[in-house]
Design a protein around this ligand. Sequence first.
Ligand code: GDP
Length: 169
Amino acid sequence: GLGPEKVGVLIVGLDNSGKSTLLNRLRPKKARTADVVPTIGFQVESFLKHGIQFTAFDMSGAGRYRSLWEAYFKDAQAVIFVIDATDLVRMCVAKDELELMLRHPDLRKVPFLFYANKSDVPKCWTALQCAQALQLDENKDKPWNILASNALTGEGVEEGIDWLAEMIK
Ligand code: GDP
């Protein structure tokens, strides 16, 4: 596991939601890559920044990899859940995956930050519409927040990280 001085933040979401793009934005500049290949199957990306170990993986693949990614839950002090706010068809899939995570004992008290990503796309849902679709207000005993984001430009991203930093300090 992580040492006591390290904070673990998980970045999760369905494929194509924008995790790799977001991760690239958060990654220290010299490590940033120009092109991001869409994630396929179970692939874990991880890096350390300001004492925070960011680890990202894909939740797609019909739970085939669930036992693998659940191993990361016990070191997680926070979760960033990336929603593709333009993918209305799969919003219910995201909801199902989210519910499994919220129910997991290792994540019970962990704050969740949601990005309603791709907010630059005209037909996208607002953060409020995503929150309603995912029934986020049913999470009474856990801190959570949802922000519209654009992982391509970074809009909304820093604001979310600031909130998360407040929650885990
Ligand atoms: P991942 O599979 O969750 O890692 O998703 P990616 O980071 O690979 O992003 C999937 C696609 O969505 C790529 O073509 C990205 O360029 C695009 N994308 C990611 N974030 C945004 C965003 O905020 N706005 C728009 N318009 N496109 C985005």
